[in-house]
Design a protein around this ligand. Structure first.
Ligand SMILES: Nc1ncnc2c1ncn2[C@@H]1O[C@H](COP(=O)(O)OP(=O)(O)OP(=O)(O)O)[C@@H](O)[C@H]1O
Ligand SMILES: [Mg+2]
Length: 468
């Protein structure tokens, strides 16, 4: 929120400064071009007057045809507003002078010589008025020299430039204020739904994790953001839910063997027993201890997997040989149910941890044996998917697993038949972490596993890279 406020403050200031800068450059350009234009106009006007005067000077001798000469000068100057002319002969005497400012105050002989020499104009300030001055020197036929000085007042131009500057200044201020107000309002309008959204998000806590932000209450451009956020909430809720169930399940699984042990001990202590009877009871207790110990080591194994500490000890494995050995290992169990194993196909050797992969496959096989009806067949198929990937399919007949359960089979403590596994006297079902361990092992080998089931069979499909 604080960050938001900072952005909402910064942005209008930036917009305002940019507008101000742009308009300043624009007004500078306008002012500059007008000034250049007016200088050019003055210079052209002064030069044209001086040329006309010099033409008259070379045509008439001002001393002889004085009246005619003055009349022509008047004609030349007609129409030129606030333009003044001075003609000085080589003795320094003023031959002609229009009524106007006394330029000799501002125009020293040196400055005058420079103007003439460099063919340039100069600015002179007389009586608080500013003039642009041009001058030229002409030698006429009789050898006489005349200096013509022309000056034009700049007051109007300066006044116009001043007004222009003032107007542009006001325009810049108004534009900046408008840009500031406009950008503040735009930010406020666009930020409003975001702020509402932030408030809603801030209200979400562990207790209201099932709350979802309605996509209908946000502008269309934020719908995908809200949908993504709601999806994150879905995933988080799922994780929290599983975490919660996980703790409850561990407590339950630990309570069962401890209750068994407590009850058994209480019964034993009620009466005196023979050494043989005590031995038997201790054996039975040992079974419960082993179950607990197994459960704890399974939990530790999964915790290791969660912390990415499950590092396979890689060696070259012949999967065909390894599975054959496992089938032999399970023979007493399969014989009991008259189940047979059928190992089909083959694949190249892979790099893997023999103990871990053995544990994973035996978990799947023990499930398969548990859920296969008597006198049926469990099929294990090995195949080479690509040069670098192999596939193991373990398929057993039995009741179809509903598709809604399939993605959860690998979750910890997940069992399809809740009532059956909660029956503490039912030894046919396990804790429900066998497949979770399988998944951790396969993923530690950079492989993947999924389950599929139909009316004919349930299949566990493992994909493994040959090289890790
Ligand atoms: N081959 C199979 N056929 C039918 N259902 C299966 C099969 N394998 C697993 N399941 C179902 O998946 C659930 C989870 O299996 P998992 O191996 O994780 O747990 P478990 O066998 O119940 O207990 P544990 O393996 O910890 O002793 C089982 O409870 C069962 O409902
Ligand atoms: Mg199992």
């Amino acid at each position: 929120m604080k960050q938001n406020k900072l952005i909402s403050f910064r942005l209008p200031v930036i917009v305002c400064l940019l507008t101000c800068g742009l308009l300043y450059c624009f007004s500078y350009l306008i002012e500059n071009s007008f000034e250049k234009f007016s200088i050019q106009q003055n210079v052209t006007e002064l030069n044209s007057v001086i040329t006309s005067v010099e033409r008259e000077l070379s045509y008439y001798a001002p001393d002889e045809n004085r009246d005619e000469f003055f009349q022509n000068l008047l004609l030349i100057l007609t129409g030129h507003h606030r333009l003044f002319v001075y003609i000085i002969d080589d003795s320094g005497k003023i031959v002609y002078r229009t009524r106007g400012p006394n330029l000799s105050i501002a125009l020293t002989p040196t400055v005058l010589e420079q103007i003439i020499k460099n063919h340039r104009t100069a600015i002179a300030n007389v009586d608080k008025a500013s003039y642009r001055i041009a001058a030229s020197r002409l030698m006429v036929e009789n050898g006489k020299q005349f200096t013509t000085i022309a000056a034009v007042a700049r007051d109007l131009q300066l006044e116009f430039i001043g007004r222009l500057r003032h107007g542009l200044g006001i325009l810049i201020i108004i534009a900046c204020v408008l840009a500031l107000i406009g950008s503040v309002m735009t930010i406020y309008i666009t930020q409003k739904p975001i702020n509402r959204l932030i408030k809603k998000i801030e209200r979400i806590n562990l207790k209201s994790l099932n709350y979802r932000i309605p996509t209908t209450s946000v502008p269309t451009k934020y719908v995908s953001l809200v949908t993504a956020f709601n999806n994150v909430l879905n995933r988080m809720q799922d994780v929290f839910h599983r975490q919660h169930n996980f703790t409850a399940d561990i407590a339950h699984e630990m309570r069962t063997p401890i209750t068994n042990l407590t009850t058994q001990t209480q019964i034993v202590l009620n009466n005196a027993r023979s050494t043989e009877e005590y031995r038997e009871i201790l054996y039975s207790n040992l079974e419960e201890y082993e179950k607990m110990s197994q459960m704890i080591s399974d939990m530790l194994f999964l915790a290791q997997a969660d912390n990415r500490q499950l590092i396979p000890n890689l060696i070259c494995i012949d999967l065909h040989d390894m599975i054959m050995m496992m089938c032999d290992y399970f023979e007493p169990l399969t014989d009991e149910k008259h189940i047979t194993f059928c190992l089909e196909g083959n694949c190249s050797h892979i790099q893997g941890d023999k103990r871990m992969l053995g544990r994973a496959i035996s978990n799947i096989l023990s499930n398969a044996i548990r859920y296969t009806p008597e006198k049926e067949k469990i099929t294990i198929t090995l195949s080479q998917v690509t040069e670098k990937r192999v596939k193991i399919i373990i398929s057993n007949p039995g009741t179809k697993i509903d598709s809604k359960h399939l993605p959860h089979l690998f979750d910890r403590f997940y069992r399809i038949d809740e009532s059956r596994h909660r029956n503490e006297n039912d030894n046919s079902s396990g804790a429900g972490i066998g497949l979770a361990i399988v998944k951790s092992i396969i993923e530690a080998h950079k492989g993947s596993i999924y389950a599929e089931s139909d009316d004919l069979s349930t299949r566990f499909v493992i994909n493994l890279p040959t090289v890790n």
